[in-house]
Design a protein. Structure first.
Length: 413
């Protein structure tokens, strides 16, 4: 009874604190994600007041949070949208991998960590956080924007790439044979392909099976199906997030709309728990020794992600504003980066890799919501300033046009 009471007190305090932080962020109109992370940092390992009793429950809640975030993203699009986007955006996925994986690999080699650590750190810097970005898109009201399908296509390509990357990195860290690694990879690819095939070809039948006029039954069936598929996918070496996303893709029409309305509050609750959990497992004392290389890597790869999003959105015919928004939104790293770094830490290949990855992700998971919001206005202001001709360099025609513009402005005023 005593431990149960402490658990209720701890978890209740966490939820109450999240609500107050969310209200504070809403008052000043910015995403609460950085505040959730800092709260977790303050009450985690090495923090001001470590929480022990509720840690296991928070860990499970965090995993459910990621699954729900990806499910809700999938509900926004149909299977045909997904296939169309993947066909048209695969070059953006290649550019994304090249621009963002190479800095991580180069940093590991410069630090003398060896080729295996280079492959690991390349994955950490390559993969954007689907969970953070999904929350940011919702907070900023951009789910219906023209650049959002481009962003989601890149995220889906990254998540599906994890079905290939994670078995490879697991084999490298374990030192297993090529044959054993190939079997693991084949199973992962087969499962991902099967789930995608079912989502594309039998989406209507799945929606009909799930459909119900009773909100309670619809909620239970959709949530149960999502957790079941996510768990099976993870057991078969495929990301649970990919499984949840594909369940959302498979549902369409009124079922998708009803499930979205029912699951939105649950998503917000468990997503907040996920971000707190991330902070809880970051020891503040491990950050200072690796802060400089983490900052350098964060600055470089923030720039390469912005360039990736800008290029992909431009290729899709999105306006300049949308291009900058796409680039800024992709900056955040999170859950996959931590999973990759965790594999390396467990294998014990390089003691400093874990703290560096943690500091790097913490920087970008805080910076990501800010770049998503402010990259567009800052970039447009700077380009307007740089593109404006100097008065002394204007020719007679430019001066005449400026004078006419000034007269028009006066007339309108």
């Amino acid at each position: 009874m005593h431990s149960s009471a402490i658990f209720l007190i701890e978890f209740g305090a966490i939820i109450l604190g999240l609500g107050l932080l969310g209200r504070f962020a809403g008052r000043f109109q910015f995403s609460p994600i950085p505040l959730y992370l800092l709260a977790g940092l303050a009450f985690g390992q090495g923090g001001l007041l470590p929480l022990d009793t509720s840690e296991e429950f928070v860990a499970i809640g965090a995993e459910i949070g990621v699954i729900l975030l990806l499910l809700m993203l999938g509900l926004e699009y149909t299977a045909s949208d997904l296939v169309s986007n993947l066909k048209t955006q695969y070059p953006a996925g290649l550019v994304d991998a090249a621009l963002n994986a190479l800095p991580g690999a180069a940093m590991a080699l410069l630090l003398g960590w060896g080729p295996v650590a280079a492959v690991v750190l390349a994955g950490v810097t390559w993969i954007s956080s689907s969970g953070v970005i999904a929350k940011v898109l919702g907070d900023l009201g951009r789910l219906g924007n023209r650049e959002t399908p481009v962003i989601l296509s890149i995220l889906v390509l990254e998540d599906l790439s994890m079905a290939v990357y994670l078995p490879i990195i697991t084999a490298l860290l374990a030192g297993t044979s090529l044959a054993a690694g190939s079997v693991t990879l084949a199973i992962a690819l087969g499962v991902a392909g099967l789930v995608l095939l079912l989502a594309v070809r039998f989406g209507r039948h799945i929606s009909r099976f799930v459909s119900s006029d009773d909100p309670e039954k619809l909620l239970l069936v959709v949530l149960g199906l999502t957790l079941l598929v996510a768990g099976i996918a993870q057991e078969l070496q495929v990301s649970a997030a990919v499984g949840a996303f594909l369940v959302g893709i498979a549902l369409s029409g009124e079922v998708a709309e009803g499930a979205h309305n029912l699951l939105a509050p649950l998503r917000d609750l468990f997503a907040a728990v996920f971000f707190v959990f991330f902070g809880l497992h970051t020891d503040p004392s491990s950050i200072p020794p690796v802060l400089v290389p983490a900052l350098v890597l964060a600055v470089v790869t923030a720039g390469t992600k912005i360039a990736t999003g800008y290029w992909a959105a431009k290729r899709a015919g999105v306006s300049a504003k949308g291009r900058w928004r796409a680039g800024g939104t992709l900056v955040a790293r999170g859950e996959f980066s931590i999973v990759i770094a965790g594999l390396a830490v467990t294998a014990g290949i390089e003691p400093s890799l874990g703290p560096l990855a943690t500091a790097y992700v913490l920087i970008l998971v805080i910076l990501g919501p800010l770049t998503a919001r402010y990259t567009e206005p800052v970039a447009l202001r700077l380009t307007a300033r740089w593109g404006k001709p100097s008065p002394t360099a204007q020719g007679p025609l430019a001066k005449a046009q400026t004078a006419v513009g000034d007269q028009d402005a006066v007339g309108r005023s």
